[in-house]
Design a protein around this ligand. Structure first.
Ligand SMILES: [Zn+2]
Length: 191
């Protein structure tokens, strides 16, 4: 990763999902804008996500990335509601799964061993994201997958804590805002 992470933001983008594919869906936000609006934004997201930079040297095409993101956002909503997702969204992910074989690679991340995907080009980056979703969908606990409770926040996350009581995308982004609000409300009641 090129830039240092500040809290749960990397290069100004939220990485709070706990999974690559959720962070990818979270690249479209209600409060901070869409980070995949431009090829440069897409390139920055790839770097922030710790995926190998695209080798072509050309500006990466955002169209296929945004199409996959739309499909994954639909699948996310259905996984949270525990309803059957539309075939169209599944097909969109399958197209990327079939496109490239992703080689997995061990790497040290934040001082611990982690599995990273070794990828080469733009479509391979999308294949790595699709692969992460497929791994997730095959083995996840529905009650841990949810949207942030922040009233204006659209970010999602997978709560890996044992008690699974996390409410916020992050304390820095939404949790503290909520604490300040309830504190103010309490003061109003007491004064
Ligand atoms: Zn939030």
């Amino acid at each position: 990763m090129g830039e240092q992470a500040i809290g749960e933001l990397r290069d100004g983008m939220p990485f709070v999902g706990g999974r690559l594919w959720i962070d990818f869906v979270n690249s479209a936000t209600a409060t901070m804008g869409d980070f995949l609006e431009t090829p440069d934004g897409w390139r920055r997201w790839i770097a922030a996500a710790d995926l190998p930079p695209e080798s072509t040297g050309e500006m990466p095409d955002v169209g296929p990335a945004r199409d996959l993101r739309t499909a994954l956002a639909t699948l996310l909503a259905h996984l949270i509601r525990q309803t059957i997702p539309p075939q169209q969204a599944i097909d969109a992910v399958n197209r990327h799964l079939g496109a490239v074989a992703v080689r997995k690679q061990l790497q040290i991340r934040d001082g611990v061993l982690a599995i990273g995907a070794a990828t080469m080009g733009g479509s391979d980056v999308l294949a790595a994201i699709a692969q992460d979703f497929a791994d997730f969908a095959a083995d996840f606990e529905p009650h841990r997958l949810r949207y942030c409770s922040g009233p204006d926040c659209t970010l999602a996350f997978y709560d890996t804590a044992r008690n699974a009581t996390r409410r916020w995308c992050s304390m820095a982004l939404c949790g503290n805002r909520h604490k300040v609000k309830t504190h103010r409300a309490r003061k109003l009641v007491c004064d």
